[in-house]
Design a protein. Structure first.
Length: 140
């Protein structure tokens, strides 16, 4: 397995870390749906640019099971992100982000239940500690 995913994970961490306070600053004076529209339009245009640069076929991948999964993922992403923007517009980052970050626990559990990921004692402890960390952060 290629270790590039670690580099991409750190880049994603840095990007999302900067995104959150910037989105909250924007939503303090602009409706959350406008911030969501602008920020996610930049995302969509950028993703299109990467796809065109890679010269990969796009429409051929939107059929079959993968297409259904992509459409469902897009629907859930839409609900989650629009709710996240609204939460940032109305609540403190120090509470919103940890609660939103529970998607790590939720996604891990779904991976364990439906995708064949292995549950180890260490992974289980990490999931439990993540729950404790969110509780302490969001209520502290």
């Amino acid at each position: 397995m290629n270790d590039n995913y670690l580099v991409w994970s750190v880049v994603a961490l840095l990007g999302y870390t900067a995104f959150t306070p910037l989105a909250q600053l924007a939503t303090s004076s602009v409706p959350s749906y406008v911030v969501a529209l602008v920020a996610n339009t930049i995302l969509a245009v950028s993703a299109l640019g990467v796809a065109l640069y890679q010269r990969g076929p796009i429409l051929v991948h939107v059929t079959g099971d993968a297409g259904v999964y992509m459409l469902a993922a897009g629907a859930f992403l839409t609900v989650g992100i629009l709710a996240y923007y609204e939460a940032l517009a109305t609540g403190p980052v120090s509470v919103v982000v940890p609660i939103f970050g529970m998607f790590i626990v939720g996604s891990s559990v779904l991976g364990l239940l439906f995708l064949g990921d292995e549950l180890t004692a260490r992974k289980g402890l990490g999931i439990a500690l993540a729950c404790v960390a969110v509780y302490l952060t969001a209520t502290g």
